[in-house]
Design a protein around this ligand. Structure first.
Ligand code: ADA
Ligand code: CA
Length: 236
């Protein structure tokens, strides 16, 4: 497999690369203990593949899955609600994921460190969650466009650190929540939802306990409850 052309000052080892990008004790534990033996990749192989170790997309790079399916292998987890599963992709700050299908059983989906774009990404069967920002990630602007997600027994998107999240042209079916701000957290979260349809929502499409959550919505259609908790909602 070709090594991506990283900026010359960045480590090529995936764990060293991640640690060079963010300085936080919990993040170091995550890198050392939670994500197995990840690999750095900036492009797919042009074929469907089973992912046995998380794929780290380097900072500023775009991983183009060429509309192939990336199926988490057993080593990443079975897609239950067990929190000890591994992500299929880890997006470094400023990395993007495009034209990608995260296959069944989904595992921990996509971990987004911050300032990431997910365009034309599809989850036919969401695992523990489809994409998330861990509390010890930097956070930032997250843009999710032109995707679909199905069959999330709990949440599709889980946000645990301050972010500006935009979800646009997205369709989700059968889920507990489309987006969850980590339960009990009070950090600032700004959410923009535009041209989004969520059907079969069993809990609430957007749920947050934070007084610092704001939502701007336009053309947001939900079958089920739209909001639970404390977000201030406006239309634009
Ligand atoms: C649950 C759990 C959190 C966090 C979250 C996630 O809500 O209680 O601690 O792990 O899932 O990020 O998936
Ligand atoms: Ca999770």
């Amino acid at each position: 497999m070709a090594e991506p052309d990283l900026a010359p000052d960045l480590p090529t080892d995936a764990k060293e690369l991640l640690k060079s990008l963010h300085d936080n004790a919990k993040f170091n534990t995550y890198v050392d203990e939670e994500i197995g033996d990840p690999v750095v990749m900036a492009t797919g192989t042009g074929q469907d593949m089973t992912v046995d170790e998380p794929i780290v997309v380097p900072p500023g790079m775009t991983f183009d899955g060429e509309n192939r399916t990336f199926t988490p292998g057993r080593s990443l987890g079975g897609g239950s609600q067990d929190e000890n599963q591994k992500p299929v992709f880890i997006l470094a700050p400023g990395a993007s994921l495009v034209n990608t299908i995260v296959g069944r059983p989904g595992a921990e989906g996509v971990h987004m460190m911050g300032d990431n774009t997910l365009d034309n990404v599809h989850w036919p069967d969401v695992g523990e969650d489809a994409a998330s920002v861990r509390s010890y990630f930097p956070g930032g602007e997250i843009t999710i466009t032109n995707g679909t997600a199905n069959n999330a027994s709990d949440k599709v998107f889980q946000i645990n650190a301050p972010c500006d999240v935009t979800i646009k042209n997205f369709e989700a079916n059968n889920m507990g929540k489309l987006l969850r701000q980590n339960g009990g957290s009070t950090f600032r979260l700004s959410i923009t939802v535009e041209d989004v349809t969520a059907t079969g929502v069993s809990d609430a499409a957007i749920r947050s306990d934070s007084p610092n959550c704001t939502v701007r919505e336009r053309n947001f259609r939900v079958s089920g409850q739209k909001y639970k908790g404390s977000c201030r909602v406006s239309r634009f």
